[in-house]
Design a protein around this ligand. Structure first.
Ligand code: ACM
Length: 263
């Protein structure tokens, strides 16, 4: 399976420009699954909630961003996982969609909102669920979900072989922590971070890039630079994530002792 990420700087409110950037980066590439950053349609910081609302899309794929990305998924016969600003009635959600040639496979709403996101978005209410693409079991996380190990664990216990992780990272620790999320769950992870800088909501944020693919032993298989706009694709064998054996004497899932994890 050929998997990877697109790392770029989504422009605020410029949905068509963001689609064109993504399209240009994917053009001519051969892949089965690509992960794009968090809020790839809208940008991250928003002083004007009405403007954010104006570019937010329903989870049914009827908007221009998810519509265009579904078309790209069809053309490439591949799965795209992208972050997007979702509108659901009065609520905005920081969401991720898994898009396949046949349409939307799943939408996940970010559970653990970070900092000033809480002023814009409703906390996610979907919980953690897996979906299947080409018989590979996949789960989605969004950015700050990384620091809550329960998120990756829940998806992994539900059978996820690969965690697709759109991100807009500003803290320096996630890329290192995802090596541990991979190792402790024996899964592949793809963190698609953004680059660039944004000002708004009383702050200036510089996003940290270094998007990466990790394997079930916590090895980094590919990593982007801190500032570059790029796409990276690597070949993986997802079946490796079905084996939870760590050396001859341990199985990471069978050896768990959940009766001692109750509070
Ligand atoms: C983040 O969750 N976007 C840091």
């Amino acid at each position: 399976m050929r998997v990877g990420f697109v790392q770029f700087s989504p422009a605020r409110y410029a949905v068509q420009a963001n689609i064109e950037k993504i399209q240009a980066l994917l053009d001519g590439m051969d892949f089965d699954l690509v992960v794009l950053p968090e809020l790839a349609n809208s940008g991250y910081l928003h002083d004007d909630p009405a403007a954010l609302r104006g570019v937010s899309e329903k989870a049914d794929g009827s908007g221009p961003f998810l519509g265009a990305l579904t078309k790209i998924a069809k053309e490439h016969r591949a799965c795209l996982v992208t972050g997007f600003s979702e509108i659901s009635g009065e609520r905005l959600c920081n969401s991720a969609a898994a898009l396949s040639p046949t349409g939307i496979l799943q939408v996940y709403r970010k559970t653990h909102l970070f900092s000033t996101e809480k002023l814009l978005f409703a906390p996610g209410d979907t919980g953690f669920h897996v979906f299947s693409f080409r018989e590979v079991c996949i789960g989605m996380l969004i950015c700050f979900d990384w620091i809550f190990p329960e998120a990756a664990r829940t998806l992994s216990l539900k059978g996820a072989q690969l965690l697709a992780h759109p991100a807009n990272l500003v803290l320096p620790w996630c890329q290192g922590a995802m090596l541990t999320r991979s190792l402790e769950n024996a899964v592949f992870t793809i963190t698609a971070n953004r680059v660039g800088e944004e000002s708004g909501q009383g702050q200036t944020l510089r996003f940290t890039g270094r998007s990466q693919v990790t394997d079930p032993t916590g090895m980094c298989l590919a990593q982007a630079g801190e500032e570059e706009t790029t796409i990276k694709i690597v070949e993986i064998n997802p079946r490796r994530a079905l084996n939870k054996q760590l050396g001859p004497g341990n199985d990471l899932f069978a050896d768990r002792q959940p009766r001692f994890y109750q509070l």
